[in-house]
Ligand binder design. Structure first.
Ligand code: NAD
Length: 352
C-alpha cells in the first residue's frame, strides 16, 4: 500500500456475491488502496447488481468466463457454492489470475488435485480461506507445538458442534451442491486448524460414523429455517484420523445435535509434556494435581478472517507470508473424503 508510487492497483473480481463475499472478501478488499474491485459475477444478475452498488463496482456479470475475459482481473475471489469451486478456480487460473477460494477447496480430492496442479503450472497463487489457522491463537499454539513445549502430541480433538445450527440460507443442506453437511462445512475448519498446528503430519487411515436423525425432522434453529424434506446431508459425523506416527486426531462435528451449548468450536491437543486448547490459546500441564498454566491468551482473536485475506494478498504481492495453500487444501480435502467414505462403508479407509 504505497501511495507514493505510480503502480496501478491490482484488479479484483468476485464470483458468487453472497454473504461471505460481502462480509469478508469485498469488505477486506475495500480496506486497501492498492486493490480495485472491478467486477462481480453471480448466477443471479440482480444479486451481482446489488453487490456492485454496495461496493461501488462498475461491472456486473452472470457469466464467469465473460467476466474474466472482459474485466481482466489480477485476483479472483471464488465465493460460489462448493459445487462450483472447481470450475470457477480452474477458469480463473486459466485466465492468469491469483485465486482466493472459499472452503472447502472442492467437492472431491481429485478436483483439489487438479486445482493445485494448474496453480503450479500457471505459477499463480491459489489460497483457501481456512481462516481459523490465521488467528493469533493458532499461530501461538503452532509455535508451542513445533518447538516441543507439548512434547509428543498423541491426541488431538477437533470439535465443531452446533445444537441447532443448520444454515437457513444458500444450499448448505443439499448434498449434491455442497458435497456433504457439517463435516465439509464447519468440521473442515477445525480439521484444518488442527492440522496446521500439528504441522500437517501424514495420515495412515481414518474411521468415521455419521448420523442423520434430526435435520430431516426439525426445521428451525439459530440460523433460521430449513426444509426438512430437502435435507440430504449428515446431521453429525464423528471420526478418527490415525497418523503415520501413531498419534490420533478425533473429529466431532454437527449442524444439529442435542448438546447443551449453542455451539462448540475448538481444538484440544494432548502431549506428553503439556496440553493445549486453541480458543483462546492456553497451554497447560499438571503440577501435583493442580492445573498449571504455561501460556494463556485472555480471549480468542476475532480478526482471523481478515488476517486470512491479508495473508493471501500479501503473498500475491510477493511477501513471505504463509497461506493455506493448494497442496494443504488437497490434503484436507483428501481427509474429508476418506471420513465420508469410512462413514458410508463402516470400515477404516487407508490414506494413500
Ligand atoms: N470461510 C468461511 O468461514 C465461510 C463462511 C461462509 C461461507 N463460506 C463458503 O463460501 C461459499 C459461499 O457461501 P455463502 O454463505 O456466501 O453462500 P451464499 O448462498 O450467501 O452465496 C453464494 C452466492 O453464489 C451465487 N451462485 C450460485 N451459483 C453460482 C454460479 N454458478 N456462478 C456464480 N455465482 C453463483 C449465489 O447466487 C449466491 O449469491 C461456500 O463455499 C461456503 O462454504 C465460507
Amino acid at each position: 500500500m504505497n501511495n507514493a508510487t505510480a503502480v496501478a492497483p491490482l484488479r479484483v473480481a468476485i464470483i458468487g456475491a453472497g454473504q461471505v463475499a460481502d462480509k469478508v472478501h469485498a469488505s477486506y478488499y475495500a480496506t486497501r488502496n492498492d486493490l480495485q474491485m472491478v467486477a462481480v459475477c453471480d448466477s443471479r444478475l440482480e444479486q451481482a447488481q446489488a453487490f456492485a452498488t454496495k461496493f461501488e463496482i462498475t461491472a456486473c456479470y452472470d457469466d464467469v468466463r465473460l467476466m474474466l475475459q472482459a474485466a481482466q482481473p489480477d485476483i479472483v475471489s471464488v465465493c460460489s457454492p462448493n459445487r462450483f469451486h472447481f470450475e470457477h478456480v480452474l477458469a480463473a487460473l486459466e485466465a492468469g489470475c491469483h485465486v482466493m477460494c472459499e472452503k472447502p477447496p472442492a467437492m472431491t480430492p481429485q478436483q483439489a488435485d487438479q486445482m493445485r496442479a494448474l496453480a503450479h503450472k500457471q505459477g499463480k497463487v491459489l489460497a483457501y480461506d481456512f481462516h481459523h489457522r490465521f488467528s493469533l491463537d493458532a499461530q501461538l499454539l503452532r509455535e508451542q507445538v513445533q518447538s516441543g513445549v507439548l512434547g509428543e502430541v498423541y491426541l488431538t480433538t477437533a470439535t465443531a458442534l452446533r445444537r441447532s445450527g443448520v444454515p437457513g440460507w444458500g444450499v448448505f443442506t443439499n448434498k449434491a451442491m455442497q458435497g456433504g453437511g457439517p463435516l465439509i462445512d464447519i468440521g473442515i475448519h477445525m480439521l484444518d486448524a488442527a492440522m496446521y498446528v500439528l504441522g500437517f503430519p501424514p495420515a495412515r487411515r481414518v474411521m468415521a460414523h455419521s448420523f442423520q436423525k434430526l435435520g430431516t425432522v426439525k426445521s428451525s434453529g439459530q440460523f433460521g429455517e430449513w426444509d426438512p424434506t430437502q435435507y440430504t446431508v449428515e446431521d453429525a459425523l464423528f471420526g478418527t484420523i490415525e497418523f503415520q506416527n501413531g498419534s490420533l486426531l478425533r473429529l466431532e462435528t454437527s449442524f444439529v445435535l442435542n448438546i447443551a451449548e449453542t455451539s462448540r468450536l475448538n481444538v484440544t491437543f494432548c502431549g506428553d509434556k503439556a496440553g493445549a486448547t486453541l480458543f483462546p490459546a492456553h497451554v497447560y500441564n499438571d503440577v501435583n494435581g493442580e492445573l498449571n498454566s504455561i501460556i494463556q491468551r485472555e480471549q480468542a482473536d476475532d480478526n482471523r478472517h481478515f488476517r486470512s485475506m491479508d495473508a493471501f494478498v500479501r503473498h500475491v504481492l510477493g511477501e513471505a507470508v504463509t497461506i493455506a495453500d493448494a497442496d494443504q487444501g488437497f490434503v484436507v480435502q483428501q481427509l474429508v473424503a476418506a471420513l465420508y467414505e469410512s462413514a458410508e462403508k463402516g470400515e477404516w479407509v487407508k490414506i494413500c
